[in-house]
Design a binder for this molecule. Structure first.
Ligand SMILES: C[C@@]1(CC(=O)O)c2cc3[nH]c(cc4nc(cc5[nH]c(cc(n2)[C@H]1CCC(=O)O)[C@@](C)(CC(=O)O)[C@@H]5CCC(=O)O)C(CC(=O)O)=C4CCC(=O)O)c(CCC(=O)O)c3CC(=O)O
Ligand SMILES: NC(=O)C1=CN([C@@H]2O[C@H](COP(=O)(O)OP(=O)(O)OC[C@H]3O[C@@H](n4cnc5c(N)ncnc54)[C@H](O)[C@@H]3O)[C@@H](O)[C@H]2O)C=CC1
Length: 207
């Protein structure tokens, strides 16, 4: 077992090809669309949800059986049919620089899709490296109860506050101290975050 390398990847306007249009393909496509990827599904038929997405031009549907040329220009490829021979053919058709996920062959996949907790800018990915997708889902539920909806607004605040601190505070020790201060339960729970930040900044800058 090789350790996989986790990254948060910006897929905006990147071409992603999903071969197969069943339940598993649908789950992958929904997350890809959330990330604004340019998704093409190659499959003679698709689930109702995928059909609606195609009608609404959220995805491109190539209504056909897979052919090698369908992978052209894709950065990511999902071999998500229910036919393991076709999935293998997809994998073999890919160029070395393309990353392929084979839904029924974890060991032959260049990447796995983790379970995800998303609260705005907070993005937690859970992987069991193929050992147990169900455990990944259980851990996700657990983390979802710990990191609730309040984190979305809080992270937006942290983002803005950090930009402001970087801009206004030149001393690196002071900067570090302020960045730590705002990443605390006190700020998470406060409903007067901006006022508190201003006070802190004024206090530090007067020193
Ligand atoms: C390797 C990986 C490759 C990949 O797909 O990227 C893979 C492979 C396989 N999954 C299988 C089955 C199931 N997968 C799920 C669910 C999810 N599977 C996901 C990811 C991954 N699945 C990657 C590793 C993730 C990790 O390392 O933890 C999640 C996290 C993300 C997503 O898919 O979006 C998503 C949870 C989404 C959520 O958080 O809600 C469920 C449960 C359910 O559906 O409720 C079952 C049924 C129970 C079971 O079998 O365990 C099978 C057997 C198929 C068969 O029986 O033929 C294989 C193939 C094999 O293992 O050989
Ligand atoms: N990685 C994961 O998370 C999981 C993987 N699986 C695996 O995923 C496979 C697919 O599962 P489902 O989506 O439920 O199957 P499904 O039967 O709902 O869908 C299969 C899709 O593949 C398409 N297809 C078949 N031959 C094709 C070809 N030559 N070219 C293009 N498309 C083709 C069909 O038209 C259909 O849309 C299962 O066989 C299972 O091994 C199952 C559960 C979870």
């Amino acid at each position: 077992m090789y350790p996989y390398y986790p990254i948060m990847i910006n897929l905006q306007e990147k071409k992603v090809v999903v071969v197969g249009g069943g339940k598993v393909a649908e789950r992958k496509v929904l997350h890809l669309i959330e990330s604004h990827a340019d998704v093409t599904v190659v499959s003679p038929n698709m689930t109702k949800t995928l059909r609606v997405m195609s009608e609404q031009h959220q995805i491109t549907w190539l209504r056909k059986y897979f052919e090698e040329d369908d992978l052209r220009d894709a950065v990511l490829v999902f071999a998500a049919t229910n036919d393991s021979e076709i999935n293998e053919k997809v994998r073999k058709s890919a160029q070395p620089q393309q990353f392929v996920n084979v839904v029924d062959q974890p060991k032959k996949s260049d990447f796995h899709v983790p379970s995800m907790v998303r609260k705005g800018r907070l993005n937690i990915a859970i992987s069991t490296t193929g050992a147990s997708p169900i455990l990944a889902k259980i851990i996700k539920k657990d983390l979802e109860s710990k990191y609730g909806e309040e984190y979305e607004e809080y992270l937006d605040f942290l983002y803005e506050a950090r930009q402001q601190i970087i801009l206004e505070v030149k001393d690196s020790a002071m900067k570090r101290q302020l960045l730590s201060a705002i990443a605390s339960p006190e700020f998470l729970e406060s409903d007067q975050r901006n006022e508190r930040l201003r006070q802190l900044l004024n206090h530090e800058l007067e020193k």
